[in-house]
Design a protein around this ligand. Structure first.
Ligand SMILES: [Zn+2]
Length: 230
């Protein structure tokens, strides 16, 4: 594993975007708001877009079949820690547990390594990096460490029960401002407590992405896999 936090800036041609979705997986019965990881993965596959889903172990535990369904649709599955806590607030052993437990359950679900990693909130520093580098299991189970360049703050719209149009507008705006990069979106929310539950329940990522993809294509953007920045 290359433990240096990696970004798309400077590594991607103009008008190239990498789609990444964090904090899932999730599923919702019936119509309406809520996480729908497989539906999202299916739409992206239909559009020939290769995305990466950074999953949290605590959600994988609830939906053990989803990681392989996402992989079968041609996407990549990554580690986003077990419980989505702030890594700078954890001691070294707890940091290693957050990564190892998630890599373990994804392996139990059939996801073979090495897989990409993304720290919650993109929080990464020298102490965390040293803790990770001291663990051979983490190093062999992961490929590299990925941040993001473009954030349209989708969670804010889901928190406010906002519309998918507003969310898509926000991402078109940031894509035009940046020109290229790794895009952060959320197929669920893994934060504990009331705000997190509200964002998760309000999620309309599928609807937003179905608006966003044709609009970005009309602006001349193309979609490339995360491996484009390796
Ligand atoms: Zn996250």
């Amino acid at each position: 594993m290359d433990t240096t936090l990696r970004f798309g800036a400077g590594r991607l041609p103009e008008r190239s975007l990498v789609f990444t979705f964090d904090d899932g997986p999730g599923a919702t019965d019936g119509p309406g708001r809520g996480p729908r990881t497989v539906e999202l993965a299916q739409y992206l596959a239909d559009e020939q877009i290769d995305a990466t889903f950074f999953m949290c172990g605590k959600h994988v535990e609830q939906h053990r079949e989803i990681p392989m369904q996402v992989l079968a649709l041609g996407h990549r599955v990554g580690n986003h820690t077990w419980s989505h806590r702030h890594l700078p607030e954890l001691d070294d052993d707890s940091i290693r547990d957050e990564l190892n437990s998630t890599r373990q359950i994804l392996g139990d679900c059939g996801v073979e390594g090495p897989i990409p990693f993304r720290p919650p909130w993109g929080e990464w520093d020298a102490r965390i990096e040293a803790a990770v580098r001291a663990d051979e299991t983490i190093l062999t189970g992961h490929s590299a460490n990925y941040g993001w360049d473009l954030d349209g703050m989708d969670w804010q719209f889901w928190w406010d029960m906002g519309s998918p149009q507003e969310c898509a507008n926000s991402y078109v705006k940031t894509a035009l401002e940046h020109g290229s990069g790794v895009v952060l979106m959320h197929d669920s929310t893994a934060d504990p407590g009331t705000p997190g539950e509200q964002m998760r329940a309000g999620n309309l990522a599928v609807e937003a992405v179905k608006i966003l993809v044709p609009r970005l294509r009309a602006e001349g953007f193309t979609f490339v896999p995360l491996s484009a920045i390796d």
